[in-house]
Design a protein around this ligand. Structure first.
Ligand code: ATP
Ligand code: MG
Length: 683
């Protein structure tokens, strides 16, 4: 990395500043308090921001609210610009604002921590320096003005820790510490595993016992199963037999029903037979005399009766007519008689009131007499006729009466005859029924006999059925018991199987644990016997090499600065040991210039060793020294020229009051403070 340009605003004594840095050795010169260190602090701030413990007030110009530092650098031929700023809040605290990073033409706005990580990666600093980013910078690039002697004056263990940290040797300690923790865990783990596998032999014995038991019980299970199969077969056969018997019994029951039905029928038929016989004999008793009846006779009498009744009607009609005629003639005769007498006794005509002549009277009387006589004759005839008719009527009535009588008699005969015929028919039909009933009785008796003989065949079926049923019940009970026993055995086998499996699993687990334990023991041995000694050896070797190289370079730089009579080396704690040929001189007894020389040589050696060990660091081309020559003699100042040459660094930025130094450098930037700091001149 090469510093190209720094611009600041409100940093310490500066209100505004912009400096271009050339390559080669540049001297920042100026009076005390001119603002030289402020430039170096601004550079550090631009690169890494505020450091832990560094206050914003040490950078923000007093009385100002904001400050900024913009740094242009070149890394691997690429220009990178970093801009950071500070801001004072209302409560007076000063904080860092978000920052800007420009790489080439690209620009990124980043948070403070993002920028820190980015700069660390751009400078190729190891990641473990992310938290203490300035540490490498501090010992390889810029040691603050008073900090150069710090490391030399530190307590040995602190210095050693610092050096181990800077050179990454503390990683071996971390490795060892972690390995010890790891080892401890392994040991604890092994102890736990030892307890865990303790039971393995017992388990093996248990497994053998359980396996034997399982085989035994499995065999028993098989025996039980075979026995049950046999019993089941017997049971099946018995059931089939019983089914057949049951069928036979059902058949018998059917025949029984049939038989009792037939017996019932037979009883009915026999009762019918008796009733029929009784009825036939009683009917026979009713047929004492033989009745004869002819319908023809009855029909004839009926016809005669009808004829005479018509006759009678006719006679009655004629009689009525004759009687009416008699009555008419009698009344006509009466009227005529009365008229004749009236005319005879009549003197005057009732119509013309003239006197009636006797002659006329005789004439009319005679005529009336004739008519009366005619009437009398006809009357007599009619009376005779009427008498005759009365006789005829009487005679007809007698006929009718007689025929009625005959008809009644015949009809009675007919009824009796009909009755006799019905009884006869009934006897005949009863006889037929009786005959049929007799046949049916015989058939039924035959059938009953046959059914009885059939039933006899089933006689022992019931007994056998009962016996077989008892047998089946027994077998059933036995098979159920066997099934229970079988289920128990099955369960037992299952349990034993599970037990064997479980023990097997446990043994496997314990075997695995044993294997893991063996691996862990191997790992423990390897860690204790190989790895940790190797790390310790490596660490020791690294430290020896580091100390040797460091010591050598330290001595070379020191020799360059100080007369040949003094030499330096580093002891175990990297404490500088100064020797004057035969004896060692305590650092505190050295002169001010010698102490500065020790500090500068230590600082330069540190820088060189770090840069050679961590060759990838992008800051190895830059070194910044703030007042490195404090207390140097003229002679020592002269040696600085050799130092700059030997350093072989592309860019050296140096702060010094020494006039002499100006002669060794490539450029001089003069700083002047007049209220605010300014660049006075650049040469
Ligand atoms: N926050 C600040 N605001 C304003 N001025 C400050 C602030 N902090 C320090 N100063 C002053 O800035 C001036 C420059 O200080 P700086 O440390 O840069 O001086 P220098 O040139 O390195 O001096 P020396 O040669 O003595 O080391 C000093 O006068 C110092 O008191
Ligand atoms: Mg200073």
């Amino acid at each position: 990395m090469i510093i190209k340009k720094l611009s600041v605003k409100n940093i310490r004594s500066y209100r505004e500043l912009s400096i271009d840095f050339p390559v080669g050795t540049t001297l920042l010169s100026g009076d005390i308090g001119a603002g030289k260190t402020s430039i170096l602090l601004a550079l550090q701030f631009a690169l890494f921001g505020l450091q832990p413990g560094q206050k914003g007030a040490s950078l923000l110009r007093q009385g100002e609210e904001t400050a900024s530092a913009k740094l242009l650098v070149e890394i691997d031929n690429e220009e990178i610009e970093i801009e950071r700023s500070l801001k004072k809040s209302k409560n007076g605290s000063i904080t860092q604002e978000d920052s800007i990073l420009r790489i080439g033409k690209e620009s990124f706005e980043l948070s403070t921590s993002e920028l820190k990580n980015k700069v660390i990666s751009l400078l190729d600093y190891p990641k473990e320096f992310a938290k203490k980013s300035d540490l490498l910078y501090k010992y390889t690039v810029y040691t603050p003005q008073e900090g150069m002697k710090e490391i030399v004056n530190e307590r040995p263990e602190t210095r050693l820790d610092l050096i181990r940290h800077i050179f990454g040797v503390d990683r071996y300690k971390r490795i060892k510490d972690n390995s010890q923790i790891f080892l401890q865990r392994i040991k604890e783990n092994i102890k736990i595993k030892e307890v865990q596998i303790k039971e393995i032999n017992n388990l093996r014995e248990k497994l053998v016992l359980a396996s034997e038991e399982k085989i035994k019980v499995s065999k028993e299970l098989l025996d039980y199963s075979t026995a049950l199969e046999k019993v089941s077969f017997e049971k099946k056969e018995l059931k089939e037999k019983i089914d057949i018997l049951k069928q036979r019994l059902e058949e018998k029951a059917k025949i029984d029903i049939d038989k009792s039905k037939k017996e019932g029928e037979l009883q009915g038929k026999k009762a019918l037979k008796m009733r029929l016989e009784r009825e036939i004999s009683s009917s026979n008793l009713q047929l004492t005399e033989k009745r004869d009846f002819k319908q023809e006779s009855l029909d004839n009498i009926t016809l005669l009766l009808l004829k005479h009744k018509r006759n009678l009607e006719d006679l009655n009609q004629r009689f009525t007519e004759a009687s009416a005629k008699v009555y008419f003639l009698e009344s006509q005769k009466e009227i005529s008689l009365k008229l004749k007498e009236k005319i005879i006794s009549m003197e005057n005509c009732p119509t013309c009131f003239q006197s009636v002549a006797n002659e006329h009277k005789d004439k009319i009387s005679k005529k009336a007499q004739f008519e009366i006589e005619d009437m009398q004759r006809e009357l007599e005839q009619k009376i005779i006729l009427r008498s005759q008719l009365i006789k005829d009527i009487e005679r007809e009535k007698e006929f009718i009466q007689k025929y009625e009588q005959d008809k009644i008699t015949l009809e009675r005969e007919k009824i009796k005859f009909e009755h006799q015929r019905i009884i006869d028919t009934k006897i005949k039909s009863d006889m037929i029924v009786l005959d049929r009933t007799n046949q049916e009785i015989s058939l039924l008796e035959f059938e009953i006999t046959s059914l009885t003989s059939q039933i006899l065949k089933f006689e022992d079926a019931k007994k056998i059925f009962e016996q077989e049923k008892v047998k089946l019940d027994l077998i059933d009970l036995e098979s159920r018991k066997m099934e229970i026993r079988l289920a128990e055995k099955r369960k037992e086998v299952e349990m034993l199987k599970k037990q064997v499996e479980q023990i097997g699993i446990e043994i496997n687990q314990k075997e695995n644990i044993r294997e893991q334990m063996a691996k862990l023991r191997g790992l423990q041995d390897w860690l204790e016997e190989k790895f940790l000694p190797l790390i310790t050896l490596t660490e020791t070797n690294v430290m020896i090499t580091l100390r040797r190289d460091f010591s050598k370079i330290f001595n070379e730089w020191f020799s360059t600065l100080v007369s040949d009579s003094l030499s330096v080396r580093l002891d175990e704690d990297f404490t500088p040991i100064i020797s004057n040929q035969d004896y060692e001189i305590d650092y505190d007894f050295l002169s001010g210039g010698e102490r500065t020389a020790v500090a500068l040589a230590y600082r330069l050696a540190l820088n060189q060793v770090i840069n050679s060990m961590l060759s990838r660091l992008k800051t190895k081309d830059l070194i910044i020294l703030d007042e490195p020559t404090d207390g140097f003699s003229e002679q020592q100042l002269d040696k600085m020229r050799d130092i700059f040459e030997q350093l072989d660094v592309k860019q050296i930025i140096l702060v010094s009051h020494e006039q002499k130094i100006e002669g060794f450098v490539d450029s001089i930037i003069r700083i002047k403070k007049d209220g605010t700091s300014k660049v006075e001149s650049i040469k």
